[in-house]
Design a protein around this ligand. Sequence first.
Ligand code: ADP
Ligand code: MG
Ligand code: MG
Length: 256
Amino acid sequence: MTTLEIRDLHVDVAQSDADAEPIHILKGVDLTVSSGETHAIMGPNGSGKSTLSYAIAGHPKYVVTQGSITLDGEDVLEMTVDERARAGLFLAMQYPVEVPGVSMSNFLRTAATAVRGEAPKLRHWVKETKEAMTELDIDPSFAERSVNEGFSGGEKKRHEILQLGLLKPGIAILDETDSGLDVDALRVVSEGVNRYKERENGGVLLITHYTRILRYIHPDHVHVFVNGRIVESGGPELADELEENGYERFTAGVRA
Ligand code: ADP
Ligand code: MG
Ligand code: MG
């Protein structure tokens, strides 16, 4: 059982111009995600959803100015990025990075070694990755390609879900995993997330702008995210309402 607890989180983002004032983006986020639960965070573009995921992951540009993030009571904000991964946090980013010159198979084995604390036995590992790739309809030749280099949007997302299946984190944060996917890829990716939920009893924080992916991955809790905070929480019916009426009811009167 793993619990990610976010309390009164305020985050500034540093601007590229070092002399410019940082921008205050998250304005008091409260959220608890435990094993076996799926939470959807839904909000308009620019509301700060990715900022929340970057802050949890420990991206250096995103500075926590107030509040706390803990994983099973341990202070996540005190952990390095690697320590967060070892502690059981996984982040699939909206814009995955390309790593030229590093093959997928090396990358995955290095990541698994870091997270598990020892290198997976080679024979076992080959079998494990093959099976995981088959489940996600990933061509075996992928293993020798450079990480994300020249990958299509759908291939990048499959690769992330492959990592999810192999690294078996306690809590997975998926930022717009649905963006740019055609229906087939969306189904394969969603099935991968659902397998992770089932097999690992994983906790999922699903960040999304559109309700489409929620037809495949069913959230227990839905949170509407506007202007750097959660403005309403509910069950799946809240997503249905958003599908029908959009964000207007929540954004009316809100100013950045
Ligand atoms: P969302 O994921 O909901 O679309 P983001 O977290 O990406 O929202 O962005 C929230 C706001 O913060 C936006 O106004 C965005 O322009 C700004 N922002 C995010 N990251 C940066 C950055 N690195 N530099 C400057 N502004 C940023
Ligand atoms: Mg965005
Ligand atoms: Mg985003």
